[in-house]
Design a protein around this ligand. Structure first.
Ligand code: FE2
Length: 188
C-alpha cells in the first residue's frame, strides 16, 4: 500500500532565495505595482503584467528541484524585493500532492507554468467552511487575489509534476511563509 502524500510544512520556511528569478520578471512586477493601490487592484495589475510571458520552469529551478519531493509539495523562494514590497516563489507538486486549507498574509498572484492545479475556494461562516468555487488551472493560467475571501486548497490534479510561480505582496524572508492561517474546520 502506498503512503498518502502529506502537506509539506518545512518547505514553507522561506528565509533565503534558493532559485533564480529573471530580471525581466522582477522588472515586470515592479512596473505593475502602484503606491496607494488596493491589494486586489495590485494583484490584478501584477497578474496582467505577467500573463503575456511566463518563464519556463527550468529558468527558475534546477533539475533536482523540478522533480519534486515525495514528502509533499515544495516551495522555493526565488526573489525577495529589497524594500520588502513583494516576494516570488515557485512551487513543485508531484501528482496528488496538496496544500492544507489556508489563507494568505497579503495579495497573491499565481501562475501555473507546468501541469495543472485544482483549486477549491472556501467561504467561512459560523465555524464551518463551504466550497464557494472550484477551478482547474492549466499551464498558462494566471490568477490574482487578495484577502479577505482567499481561503483555498490547491492540489496537483494532473498525472505529472506541476510547477507554479507565486508573487506575494510581502517579504517572505521576514515572515518565513505566505500562509497566514491554516483552517481545520468542518466542510459542508
Ligand atoms: Fe495559497
Amino acid at each position: 500500500m502506498s503512503a498518502m502524500p502529506v502537506p509539506q510544512i518545512l518547505g514553507s520556511l522561506l528565509m533565503v532565495p534558493v532559485g533564480t528569478c529573471p530580471e525581466w520578471l522582477v522588472a515586470a512586477i515592479r512596473g505593475a505595482i502602484r503606491t496607494g493601490a488596493s491589494w486586489q487592484e495590485t494583484a490584478d495589475r501584477v497578474a496582467a503584467a505577467l500573463r503575456p510571458e511566463l518563464p519556463r520552469p527550468d529558468l527558475l529551478l534546477r533539475p533536482a528541484q523540478l522533480s519534486g519531493d515525495a514528502a509533499g509539495y515544495q516551495t522555493h523562494l526565488l526573489h525577495a524585493e529589497p524594500d520588502g514590497l513583494f516576494s516570488v516563489a515557485a512551487m513543485v507538486w508531484r501528482p496528488g500532492q496538496w496544500t492544507p486549507i489556508h489563507d494568505h498574509v497579503a495579495w497573491c498572484v499565481t501562475a501555473v507554468l507546468q501541469g495543472a492545479e485544482y483549486e477549491e475556494i472556501f467561504a467561512q461562516r459560523d465555524g464551518v467552511l463551504r466550497v464557494a468555487a472550484r477551478n482547474r488551472n492549466a499551464a498558462g493560467t494566471v490568477t490574482g487575489f487578495a484577502p479577505p475571501g482567499d481561503i483555498h486548497q490547491v492540489r496537483n490534479a494532473g498525472s505529472g509534476v506541476a510547477v507554479s510561480m507565486h508573487v506575494y505582496g510581502a517579504d517572505l524572508t521576514r515572515l518565513g511563509s505566505s500562509i497566514r492561517r491554516e483552517y481545520h474546520l468542518p466542510i459542508t
